[in-house]
Design a protein around this ligand. Sequence first.
Ligand code: 1GP
Length: 238
Amino acid sequence: MKNIYHQILNSKAKGEKLLAILLDPDKLAVENLLDLIQKINQSPATHIFVGGSSFDGTHLDELITDLKAKINLPFLLFPGNPSQISNKADGILFLTLLSGRNPDYLIEHQVNAVPILKKTNLEIISTGYILIESGNETSVERVSKTKPLDRNNHNYALQTAQAGEFIGNKLIYLEAGSGAKLPVPQQMIALVSQNITIPLIVGGGIRSLQEIQNCFKSGADLVVIGTAFEKDTNFFNS
Ligand code: 1GP
């Protein structure tokens, strides 16, 4: 049954916060997979996101099958391009890069993804993806050839998120970019979360448990951790 989005909505309604671990297949060390799986199972993660800016999709089906056999969490694809689609996952964040003005990431990749998606049973979750300036150039910026939004212009970030909601996005994702120097500002998270009705995802550059809690307190419904867990699988025990 396709119910991941409903579960996210239910959690938001109950004020239960969600946490996703982002796995970038390009960065996974296959020899350490068992340790990784064990640490994920001991962590408070509620979702697994799979994807990366440059990953070409090689062995994605096998990787997700192996991980899903040992991790009992919903797997959502978080694709940088249509080659990162696998029917072995449970769902896909169907992203539109709302902060950019590159038609490839506004509609071209989405159109090209349709024939691939039609052959899958993935739950498709329309997601407005908003890149926020974070102190250094991130891979999303480089690969998408778009500029992030000004991190000090909270109103414009809100306007962009609201446009996403009006278009029909089911989720808004405020993204500082993987490995970002600075995470999304707390005040921006607060302003956006208070003025949209759909769930808010926040990620990029979050390096401590305290920072995760800060994002939740500011109003994030789901926080994404990639690099910090990748670098130290004991991250959640620290
Ligand atoms: C990137 O938001 C995610 O798309 C996670 O970022 O790798 O910096 O945790 P980090």
